[in-house]
Design a protein around this ligand. Structure first.
Ligand code: PLP
Length: 428
C-alpha cells in the first residue's frame, strides 16, 4: 500500500472542533483513542447541545402550550423558537410546515398513513428505489397492502447510482407519490432530488424525500428543490435522539387528516367526535419532544456556525482519501459509486470475512468504531449478493489520521483472518 498523500489542511475544518465533543476526548475504549466512524447511524453531541439540554431542565422546563405559568411560557417559547430555527435551516416558507416527530421513521410513517390513507387507491403506484432504508420501504408496503396501491422500485446503474432512465420509464400517470432518499445510507450515493421532484411534479405525483443522510451534511432548501415532504432526524446531526422533523408543504398538511389522536391535536372534543387543531399542532398529538427539539435547535446553531458548505467539503476530502486507500486493498469490494457521486460514507465487503466479525476486531483491537450489518437496507444487500457490509461514515470532527487508523486496522485484521484461515486449513 502506498503512503497517503498529504492533505492540504486548509481544505479541512479546524481540528480544534473536536474539543467541543467530550466523548471524543474521553476514555471510551480503555486506552485506545476513539476513532468514531459510525456517524451515519448516529452522531456525537457537542458541549453546546449538551449544555442547551441541561439548561432547559435546570431553568426553563415545563410542558408546552398548556400552562399559563412562567415556566410553561418559557418552554413554549423555546420550543417554538426551535421550530423557527429548523424552518430557516431547511428554507421552508412557514414555521407551521415544520412538524416535530420522534425521527425520520416516524415522519415517513406519518405521511404514509395520513397522506397515503387519504390519497392512494387500488392500482395507484408509489415509486421508490431499491436503495431505500427500511424506513422508506416498509411504511409504503404497509399502506399499499391496505389500499391496494402498487410499489415500484427504481433500479441501480452498474456503479450504484439511481438509474434515471428507468426512473423516467417507471414514472407514469398512475404514480401518485415518489419516495426517495437524498443520500443512500449504504451506497453513499447522492440522488438528483431537484430533477426527481421536477419530473415527478410534471407527472402529477408528489415527492417525499428521506433526507436523514443529507440534512446533517449539506445545505438543504426545500423551496428551491420543491419537495412536498422531507424527513430527517436530530440524532444524525449532533442533536438528541427522540426528535426528528417532518417538513410538508402547507397545502398538503392542511388537506391531510391527523395521524395520531389525543391531546394538543384538537380544536374541540365532544364525547363522540372532535375537530382537529390547525397546523402544526394537528400532527403533534400528546406531549411533544420538548427538550430534544430545543437540543436539536442548538445543533442547528452549531452546524450553521461551522457552515454546511464547509462541512460538506471537509467530508468530501475525507471520503476521497478513504476511497483511494480502500480501493487498493485486495479482496475488498467498495459498494456504490465513485467519490464524486457520493456523500461522506463508504460501505465495503470482504470476500471471506463476515462484516460483524471484522467490525468487532476493528473496534476491540484498534479502537475504530464502524457499522456492520445490512444497515436497514436488506433488499439492497440481497441485490448486491451479500448478506452484510461494513460501513465507515464521516462527520465534521473526523480527521485524516483517523482514516489512516481505519486503513491500518483493516490491513491488520485482514492478515489476522488470513493467518487463522491458513491454520484451519493445515489442521484439516
Ligand atoms: N432513512 C435513512 C436514509 C437512514 O439512514 C435512517 C437511519 O439510519 C433512517 C431513515 C431512520 O432514521 P431514524 O432511525 O432516526 O428514524
Amino acid at each position: 500500500m502506498s503512503a497517503r498523500p498529504t492533505v492540504d489542511q486548509s481544505a479541512l475544518l479546524p481540528a480544534s472542533l473536536r474539543d467541543d465533543f467530550p466523548i471524543l476526548n474521553g476514555d471510551v475504549l480503555a486506552g485506545h483513542p476513539l476513532v468514531f466512524l459510525d456517524n451515519a447511524a448516529s452522531t456525537q453531541r457537542p458541549r453546546q447541545v449538551i449544555d442547551a439540554i441541561s439548561d432547559v431542565y435546570q431553568r426553563d422546563y415545563a410542558n408546552v402550550h398548556r400552562g399559563i405559568h412562567t415556566l410553561s411560557e418559557r418552554s413554549t417559547e423555546l420550543y417554538e423558537q426551535a421550530r423557527e430555527n429548523v424552518r430557516s435551516f431547511i428554507g421552508a416558507k412557514h414555521a407551521h410546515e415544520v412538524i416535530f416527530t420522534p425521527g425520520s421513521t416516524a415522519s415517513i410513517n406519518l405521511v404514509a398513513r395520513s397522506w397515503g390513507g387519504e390519497n392512494l387507491r387500488a392500482g395507484d403506484e408509489v415509486l421508490t428505489t431499491v436503495m431505500e432504508h427500511h424506513s422508506n420501504l416498509v411504511p409504503w408496503q404497509q399502506i399499499a397492502a391496505q389500499t391496494g396501491a402498487v410499489l415500484r422500485h427504481v433500479p441501480l446503474t452498474d456503479d450504484g447510482r439511481l438509474d434515471m432512465g428507468q426512473f423516467d420509464a417507471l414514472l407514469c400517470e398512475r404514480t401518485k407519490l415518489v419516495a426517495v432518499a437524498s443520500v443512500s445510507n449504504t451506497l453513499g450515493t447522492i440522488n438528483p432530488i431537484d430533477e426527481i421532484a421536477r419530473k415527478a411534479h410534471a407527472a402529477g405525483a408528489v415527492v417525499l424525500v428521506d433526507a436523514a443522510q443529507s440534512v446533517p451534511h449539506m445545505a438543504t432548501d426545500v423551496q428551491a428543490s420543491d419537495v412536498d415532504f422531507l424527513a430527517f432526524s436530530g440524532h444524525k446531526m449532533l442533536g438528541p435522539s427522540g426528535v426528528g422533523i417532518l417538513y410538508g408543504k402547507e397545502s398538503h398538511l392542511d388537506a391531510m387528516p391527523p395521524f395520531l389522536g389525543g391531546g394538543s391535536m384538537i380544536n374541540e372534543v365532544r364525547l363522540d367526535s372532535f375537530t382537529p387543531a390547525a397546523l402544526p399542532a394537528k400532527f403533534e398529538a400528546g406531549t411533544p419532544p420538548i427538550v430534544p427539539a430545543i437540543g436539536m435547535s442548538a445543533a442547528v446553531d452549531y452546524l450553521n456556525r461551522v457552515g454546511l458548505e464547509a462541512i460538506h467539503h471537509h467530508e468530501q476530502v475525507l471520503t476521497q482519501l478513504a476511497y483511494d486507500a480502500l480501493a487498493q486493498i485486495e479482496g475488498l469490494r467498495i459498494l456504490g459509486p465513485a467519490p464524486e457521486y457520493r456523500a461522506g460514507l463508504i460501505s465495503f465487503a470482504f470476500e471471506r470475512i463476515h462484516a460483524h466479525e471484522f467490525a468487532q476486531v476493528l473496534n476491540d483491537q484498534f479502537g475504530v468504531a464502524v457499522r456492520a450489518g445490512h444497515h436497514c437496507t436488506q433488499p439492497l444487500h440481497a441485490l448486491l449478493g451479500i448478506p452484510a457490509s461494513t460501513r465507515a461514515s464521516f462527520y465534521l470532527y473526523n480527521r485524516p489520521e483517523e482514516i489512516d487508523r481505519l486503513i491500518e486496522g483493516i490491513a491488520k485484521v485482514q492478515s489476522m483472518f488470513a493467518l487463522k484461515g491458513r491454520r484451519r486449513k493445515r489442521k484439516q
